[in-house]
Design a protein around this ligand. Structure first.
Ligand SMILES: Nc1ncnc2c1ncn2[C@@H]1O[C@H](COP(=O)(O)OP(=O)(O)OP(=O)(O)O)[C@@H](O)[C@H]1O
Ligand SMILES: [Mg+2]
Length: 265
C-alpha cells in the first residue's frame, strides 16, 4: 500500500483552534493534488462540516454501526472528502472492544483510498484522543497562550507518552501575536513536559486573525476565503512543511497496533 500521510490534530483544552487547523490543512493538501480525507473524530461537538460548508447525511457513528463507506463519506471538493463526526458520539470517548474493532476496520478500509488523512481528534485525554493521536505519523498538538491551555497540553503530552507510546509531538501555537511569544509558550511546555519521554517540536505559530471568524460564518476555510491573511499564510507554511517532511513511522504505535492485532490483521 502506498504511504498515507496521517496527521492528527489534538489539544488538551478545547476551543483552541483544532477544527480550523484541520479544515485548512486538509484543504491545502487537496490543493496540492493529494486525495485527502478529513475525519471529524471529536466525540463531543463535531463541527468540521460547518467550517467546510457541507451538510453530511451520515457520520462516523453510522459507519461504526455498519453503514457502507461510500454512503458515509461526504464529498467536499474534487479531492477532499469528509467523514463527519456524530454529534455527541460518546462511544468514542471510552472505546470498548467492539467500538475499537469497528473503528480499526473502518480505518483500514479508509486508508487505501487516500494520500493524506487529517483527523480532528478533539480535546482531553480520552481513549479516542490516544487512539487517533497514535495512529498518525504526525501528531499535532494545538496550544494557546492561556495557562489552562498549557497545563492541559502538558497532561495530554504525558498521557500520550505513557499510555499510547507516542514519542514525538509537533506543537502548533495558535492565536499568537509574535514568534517570540510562540517560542516562550513552547519553552513553558517543554519545561513542564520534560522527562516524560516525548520529544516536542515547535512546527508552527498561527497568528491571531479575525478573518477566521468570517471564514467560519461563510462556511469556507480561511485559506480559500482570505488566502493572503496572516493565519492563511501560517497554515500554508505548515502544510508545506508537512508535505515536504520525509516519511516517518506512526508517532505512537503501541496503542494503535494493539487494536490492529486484536482486529486480527
Ligand atoms: N488563529 C486564530 N485567530 C483568531 N481566532 C481563532 C484562531 N483560531 C481559532 N480561532 C477561534 O477560536 C475558536 C475555536 O476554534 P476551533 O473551533 O477551531 O477550536 P477547537 O479546538 O476545534 O474547539 P473544540 O475543542 O470546541 O472543538 C473559534 O471561535 C475560532 O474562530
Ligand atoms: Mg473542534
Amino acid at each position: 500500500m502506498a504511504r498515507v500521510r496521517v496527521v492528527s490534530v489534538t489539544s488538551g483544552k478545547g476551543g483552541v483552534g483544532k477544527s480550523h487547523l484541520a479544515a485548512n490543512l486538509s484543504t491545502l493538501f487537496a490543493r496540492e493534488g493529494q486525495r485527502v480525507l478529513v475525519i471529524d473524530a471529536d466525540g463531543g461537538l463535531s463541527n468540521v462540516d460547518v467550517l467546510l460548508g457541507v451538510r453530511p447525511l451520515l457520520n462516523l457513528g453510522d459507519l461504526l454501526d455498519g453503514a457502507p463507506l461510500e454512503e458515509v463519506l461526504c464529498q467536499v471538493g474534487p479531492r477532499l472528502s469528509l467523514l463527519a463526526g456524530g454529534q455527541g458520539e460518546r462511544r468514542l470517548a471510552q472505546l470498548d472492544d467492539a467500538t475499537r474493532l469497528a473503528l480499526t476496520s473502518a480505518w483500514e478500509q479508509l486508508l487505501p483510498r487516500f494520500d493524506a488523512v487529517v483527523v480532528d481528534v478533539g480535546s482531553g485525554v480520552g481513549d479516542d484522543v490516544l487512539f487517533f493521536a497514535s495512529a498518525g505519523e504526525v501528531s499535532l498538538l494545538v496550544v494557546t497562550d492561556e495557562p489552562t491551555s498549557i497545563a492541559d497540553a502538558v497532561v495530554l503530552i504525558k498521557a500520550l507518552g505513557a499510555k499510547a507510546s507516542v514519542r514525538e509531538v509537533d506543537v502548533v501555537v495558535n492565536c499568537v501575536r509574535t514568534s517570540r511569544t510562540a517560542q516562550a509558550i513552547f519553552a513553558k511546555l517543554q519545561q513542564s513536559a520534560s522527562f516524560c519521554g516525548v520529544r516536542l517540536r515547535l512546527v508552527a505559530n498561527i497568528p491571531d486573525d479575525q478573518n477566521i471568524r468570517r471564514a467560519a460564518m461563510a462556511g469556507r476555510p480561511l485559506v480559500e476565503l482570505a488566502p493572503t491573511s496572516p493565519a492563511s499564510r501560517a497554515y500554508e507554511r505548515l502544510a508545506q512543511t508537512l508535505l515536504a517532511s520525509p516519511p516517518r513511522a506512526p508517532t505512537g504505535g503501541l496503542w494503535f497496533n494493539e487494536a490492529l492485532l486484536s482486529s486480527g490483521s
